[in-house]
Design a protein. Structure first.
Lengths: 186, 76
């Protein structure tokens, strides 16, 4: 992919993301390069946090953008943010690799409907700060359960064993922790 | 579905709530997964909540920050 000069105008326009995806669907490599420049950092950050290995995280990064290039229709632009979608796909793929298993979730099946508008880069920065704030204020036990489940890919049974808490408590902490994040944007 | 002792357990709508988050994470397996998927076919409220939880996972994923990815990946 050739480097693409980024302009503040295009990066701040939410509709531009949809136009870029439409261009990728039409086979436009330059549009793909621009999407990569915008979101590679999001994918790499999640993959690196999950895998704790730069080379393995890079493999996940390449794999995900290659899949997006080959099958851009897997992302439903009308339903949510590409950044949020890519972050979840990065988590799932990283954990699949850690467990040395075949991908369990097809990217087509992973529909992310995000509340806040994450397509605008400025808005996204504010949203990310808000999410981090919500996590910082969360009950530490709840935050730990969420992070172990999402970023370390532990099952609820593994988390229960690690923390010494009942299974049901862990399940509820994961669910209510996610709902607390959502409530920040209600 | 069956519990760990093989006893048939019927879950109520409310009892599926916690399973939805695990399902969104891809961590629900076996009978619990089958049971939830069966319930999702008939419960619009749970389908909506599952979508919302998937969106919440997207928010959680965005909370990560890290170094710039290596340049080599870009040429793939």
């Amino acid at each position: 992919m050739e480097p693409v000069e980024k302009s503040s105008r295009t990066r701040g326009d939410p509709g531009d993301e949809m136009r870029l995806i439409a261009r990728v669907r039409a086979g436009d490599q330059q549009a793909m390069s621009e999407l990569y420049d915008r979101y590679a950092k999001v994918v790499y950050a999640v993959a690196l946090r999950v895998m704790q290995d730069a080379a393995a995280a890079e493999d996940v990064l390449q794999d995900i953008f290659l899949q997006l290039w080959r099958n851009p229709d897997a992302f439903d632009a009308s339903r949510g943010s590409l950044a949020a979608w890519l972050s979840v796909i990065a988590r799932h793929r990283s954990i699949d690799r850690l467990r040395k298993r075949r991908p369990e979730t097809d990217i087509e099946e992973c529909v992310i409907t995000s509340g806040p508008d994450l397509r605008d880069e400025t808005e996204r920065t504010l949203v990310v700060e808000k999410i981090r704030g919500a996590l910082a204020e969360m009950n530490p036990d709840q935050r730990t359960a969420l992070e172990l489940a999402f970023f370390q890919g532990l099952t609820h049974a593994e988390i229960a064993e690690k923390t010494g808490e009942p299974l049901g408590t862990i399940k509820t902490r994961i669910r209510t922790g996610l709902q607390q994040l959502r409530a920040r944007f209600a | 579905m069956h519990d760990e002792d093989g006893v048939i357990v019927m879950k109520t709508h409310e009892q599926f709530a916690d399973d939805l988050a695990l399902y969104a994470l891809g961590e629900l397996a076996g009978g619990e997964r089958e049971s939830l998927e069966e319930h999702l076919h008939t419960c619009a409220a749970c389908r909506r909540e599952l979508q919302a939880l998937r969106g919440d996972l997207g928010l959680l994923g965005l909370s990560s920050s890290g170094p710039q990815p290596p340049g080599a990946a870009r040429s793939a």
